[in-house]
Ligand binder design. Structure first.
Ligand code: SF4
Length: 465
């Protein structure tokens, strides 16, 4: 094992020597591995588009390509570990003359450590300057130091000045980025540190992207940002998200579904309620990550702690739109969380009966405000609380699903096989919520009317009407 490790090490050094010679610096093709969230997927597709415009050709297999780009995630420990492992695997497997770039959040957060931990890395590009991917690749084609670090001083994310679509189309659904960065200071969150302050994309650019996605066959637009309800503040817009949604709804009425993710509690909710209640393509789906329900924990998290506002607002959504789908996320085991505080989270979850809940343990992340607190809840207690909360929510999710048995809904077909089709309804965002299963083979991208015949914990079984 040791001998083989030495041989591999020496081979990798030889590869680097070859990479540094001018004769081997041929880069015509590239492959991008996108890790982490949908926001990263959008940046990955935008980097691919920029490289394509510059004459590079995208390949679907990493090891066939001259260049491998890993768009990393650096938000929490498991995501960092996954990014590091993927980079190390590519670095170990890459052939002589092949180049490896670490882009994205992990590079932004841990530049030097990353280079030290991944032997064979050729360049590191931070998430704030993803739009400069072509110049980083051009730089790699020249002899120079390895790894090459590209981090010009940048307070905010710098968008591309090229006319590219800031979206990731997957099947007939497209994640469309409307803003990035974040001005908030939630105590557990490293995003403001990584991405810097918020900036919003101008409405005309978003509308042009939506039209391009409609032309490409998108049936669903999923608007994403770190905090969608803050959209437009930096542009001087009041109720910017509502302004954008009105324009979007008018400009692409032929896209049947427009979904909004990542709203922030405390927002001015009435315009959003009215838009979701109106007869338009804005889906009645509210994704509002609350993170906790005990005011003291929320204060320690530096988030809105007015649970009266939360109850009142959810009540208003439900009164105006009885079928509105509610999704939230909770963090369990935040520093100092007592059993009584956790019990209040359980009670609140039982009271609110959300359709979907994402549950995460607290991760003690360096350089976040919460890192100054003691990570006082043990991993065992975090896990035990997660299990209790998950068991409660499973009962609720199943009961919410059962309320749909016998009712009709539209389903967007996303996959087929073995005599069945799999899709989603307005109640389900891709990857994180449930599915609807149909006992016949339909075409991917079809939007069909179904009647629900039975309910599972997360999914529904239905037939076409
Ligand atoms: S709103 Fe809070 S949790 Fe969300 S990205 Fe900003 S700081 Fe992080």
């Amino acid at each position: 094992m040791i001998l083989s490790g030495c041989i591999n090490d020496s081979l990798r050094k030889d590869d680097r020597m070859e990479n540094m010679s001018t004769s081997k610096r041929i880069i015509k093709t590239f492959y991008i591995e996108s890790l982490g969230c949908a926001k990263n997927s959008v940046d990955s597709r935008s980097m691919a588009e920029l490289l394509d415009m510059a004459g590079y050709e995208e390949h679907s297999k990493a090891l066939d390509s001259d260049l491998i780009i890993v768009n990393t995630c650096g938000f929490i420990q498991p995501a960092r570990e996954e990014s590091l492992q993927v980079l190390r695997d590519f670095a170990r497997e890459k052939r002589p003359g092949q180049f490896l770039i670490a882009a994205g959040c992990l590079g932004e957060r841990e530049k030097q450590q990353l280079a030290a931990q991944v032997d064979g890395l050729d360049a590191v590009l931070g998430t704030r300057r993803w739009a400069d991917i072509v110049s980083v690749v051009e730089k790699l084609r020249q002899p120079g130091e390895s790894p090459y670090f590209y981090f010009p001083p940048t307070e905010k994310i710098v968008e591309s000045d090229q006319p590219i679509v800031r979206a990731a189309l997957q099947g007939s659904s497209a994640y469309l980025k409307i803003a990035d960065g974040c001005d908030r200071s939630c105590a557990f969150c490293a995003i403001p540190l990584i991405k810097g302050p918020m900036f919003s994309r101008p409405i005309p650019e978003i509308l042009a992207d939506a039209q391009a996605l409609a032309d490409a066959g998108a049936k669903e637009l999923i608007l994403i940002a770190q905090d969608t309800t803050a959209y437009g503040r930096d542009l001087g817009l009041k109720d910017g998200l509502a302004v954008l949604l009105r324009e979007l709804s008018g400009s692409v009425p032929h896209i049947p579904w427009v979904r909004v993710m990542y709203t922030f509690p405390g927002m001015h909710a009435q315009p959003l309620i009215e838009l979701m209640a109106a007869d338009n393509n804005i889906l009645p789906y509210l994704d509002m990550p609350l993170q906790h329900a005990h005011p003291a924990v929320l204060k320690r998290m530096r988030r809105l702690s007015d649970m009266g506002w939360v109850r009142d607002t959810i009540g208003k959504f439900r009164q105006a739109i009885p079928d509105v789908a509610l999704r939230t996320t909770f963090i369990v085991g935040f520093p100092g969380e007592t059993e009584a505080e956790f019990q209040e989270l359980l009670d609140f979850t039982a009271e609110m009966r959300f359709d979907h809940v994402g549950i995460f343990p607290y991760y003690h992340e360096a350089d976040t405000p919460a890192f100054l607190l003691e990570d006082s809840v043990s991993p065992e207690v975090k896990e035990e609380r997660i299990q209790r909360l998950a068991a409660l929510q499973e009962e609720i999710s199943r009961s919410r699903n059962e309320e749909w048995v016998g009712r009709e809904m539209d389903v967007l077909i996303e996959g087929i096989g073995d005599g069945i089709s799999v899709g989603r309804s307005f109640r389900d965002a891709p990857e994180i919520d449930g599915l609807v299963l149909l006992d016949e083979v339909l075409a991917e991208g079809d939007l069909v009317r179904v009647q629900v015949s039975s309910a599972l914990t997360h999914d529904l079984i239905a037939h076409r009407v």
